[in-house]
Design a protein around this ligand. Sequence first.
Ligand code: SF4
Ligand code: SF4
Length: 422
Amino acid sequence: MVADKMMAKRSQYLHLLRRISQFSFLLLLILAPILGLFRIDILTGAFVIGEYQIWFADFAIIFGAWFLIAGMLVLSYSWLGSVFCGWACPQGLLAELGTGWMRTLLGRKAELSIDGSAVEVARRKQKRGNWLLLGVAFVAAAMLFALIPVLYFYPPLTVWHFVTFQRDAAMPLSMYWIYFVCCVVMLLDIAFIRHLMCQNFCIYRIWQHSFKTKETMRIGYDALRSDECVKCGYCASACAVDLDPKHTEVYSGCTACGECIVACDRLHAGRGEAGLLSFMFPSSEQEPAHMTSMAGRFRGVLPFLLVGALLLAFGIHTYRPYEVSVGNIGARNTGMSDYVVHLSNKRYRATDVHIAVGGLKPHQFTLQQSEVHFDSAGMVNVALHLHADAIAHGMHRFVVRLMSSDGWREDFPVQYYRVGDR
Ligand code: SF4
Ligand code: SF4
């Protein structure tokens, strides 16, 4: 009895805990690009982590991190099922907020849907003001959520100037279009689509499903007390994805939100009893033999985790903060005597780079500039012209030497063939 009372009490906090988890994840999603934890630089096509650009050339970091993160996610799907959907997914939160606001303002049976059927508005809620408030809430939520993808593709300061209507030379026209399209998509989602997305179109949910095991967490039902369920069905009405929580299968669309547990517990709270539903981990004997066990899944994922960790460590150890290449230009007109030094700074910090040419005498070449200053990450091209008249015919090897103010050095070797007869 004491245990029942404790369970009844605990489930009161389940809904609150889930909301905290959903909003925390949303906050993390917003703060990640703002704090520089992760974003994408669309000008260079690079991932940005902290002050570092990660290029596709840094494949060891990209694949290492991908193996590690994907491996850990697969283990979480195998153990906790689609818990991400119910406890973290911003789409799920948006859908729940939309449904909640609609029911508060239009009544419990109100349903705006893409099939165009008439909305059943409760008689005492049939006021223009309620529709107006709902519209404002939907548009405000859509505008807020639409900012999240924008934050991942543009520098935070540019996004700040965008939302505060300030001039910014770095703000491209495409930003307005991307934000507008995101707003429309979010508005359609919160107003009409909501959990239809989760139930029918979400690829990520299907991806999570494919990794479930015999022991994946699901909703347990106390069948011994099933007589209490006659003429009830309160749990099913609390389920956003229209399941009967009393009979969830391993491959059901359950998002592990726990709202059915909360509903049933509330129903029994007056008697100081726990409800009939709870999260449970089935034993491997309960499920069909063809399904993988949790231990089997862990054995399958472990090599990916190890390879991912090794690749990531190797990638971080060999990370190059600068990229340099020397390319020949104007071969057709000048007999291969014009080159360009492409120099990239991959860190968002100010730095100076000194450029020198070794293996040639000073009168045999002209370097456009020997000092390059970067205010932040970026790319600079420096022209290098060889004076063919001052160089004997035949093959020559020279190096372009680069030294940064923070101690990085690199020699880029170049082969030059002087055409001619002297
Ligand atoms: S809410 Fe509880 S009592 Fe009611 S049908 Fe669901 S499991 Fe049974
Ligand atoms: S069955 Fe329960 S836990 Fe699963 S989605 Fe429905 S309400 Fe949430």
